[in-house]
Design a binder for this molecule. Structure first.
Ligand code: 13P
Length: 254
């Protein structure tokens, strides 16, 4: 059975003390709500990681992740953070390919393929994000865009490597806009993603891949979204900054 995950992406929010306090609050609230194959992951800014990993040791269903890592192992790249550094904090996950990285930092599929490989080589589990822009959806290119993002970003991985990934479908037009994809729209793309995985790997690999939905996911719409057969949880931005909202989304699993 594939893992069900609710992951919070804090983005560039919360100073150190605020991060510590929100994490403790969230971990305490969700710990009794998460069972079996379910997991909560908090993806924080780099500066919080090692302390959050220490806090997370008391909660076996709450994991910690970063929001980015560099494509090279090390070197003269002032200000950058390597996958090995992230791993050395004890963090298990790293978000790669987020649309904000694609849009504001010029990260393309080729670069993301490199980042994914480096993250995997350092023992991190990438949460690999894909999704179309509003223009691409309105011109009915969304399936093609998703297919290309998968093919160029992750489909050259070996089966063994691919099995370490979590995928997240985040339609760009739904991120931070309050405009969620309908559960039918999301399910349609999630089923398409799973079909592409089956075509490139095997049906079994596809069936075991966790595919999250992200984009204005909140306690009100999570139940509908998570009830879809190919939606295995959420990647939550704004609502992950409020412990009550995050808890209510996690509760949807039950
Ligand atoms: P919002 O939930 O704020 O729309 O953000 C989604 C997201 O980008 C998660 O990675």
């Amino acid at each position: 059975m594939r893992k069900k995950i609710v992951a919070g992406n804090w983005k560039m929010n919360l100073d150190y003390a605020e991060g510590m306090s929100l994490f403790s609050e969230i971990a305490n609230m969700v710990k009794d709500e998460i069972t079996g194959q379910q997991l909560a992951v908090i993806c924080s800014p780099f500066i919080h990681l090692s302390s959050l990993v220490q806090l997370a040791k008391s909660y076996d269903k709450v994991a910690v992740g970063a929001q980015n890592a560099h494509q090279y192992e090390s070197g003269a790249y002032t200000g950058e953070i390597s996958a090995k550094m992230v791993k050395s904090t004890g963090a298990a996950y790293v978000i790669l390919g987020h649309s904000e990285r694609r849009q504001y930092f010029g990260e393309d599929n080729q670069l993301l393929a490199q980042k994914t490989l480096t993250a995997l080589n350092n023992g991190l589990k990438p949460i690999f994000c894909i999704g179309e822009t509003l223009n691409e959806r309105e011109s009915e290119q969304h399936f093609e865009v998703i297919k290309t993002q998968l093919e160029e970003g992750v489909f050259s991985l070996s089966t063994e490597q691919f099995e370490q990934l979590v995928l997240a479908y985040e339609p760009v037009w739904a991120i931070g806009t309050g405009k969620t994809a309908s559960s039918e729209q999301a399910q349609e793309i999630h089923a398409f993603i799973r079909e592409q995985i089956a075509n490139n790997y095997t049906q079994e690999v596809a069936d075991n891949t966790t595919i999250l939905y992200g984009g204005s996911c909140n306690p009100k719409n999570a139940a509908d979204l998570f009830a879809q057969p190919d939606i295995d949880g959420g990647l939550i931005g704004g609502a992950s900054l409020k412990s009550r909202d995050f808890l209510d989304i996690v509760k949807v699993f039950n």
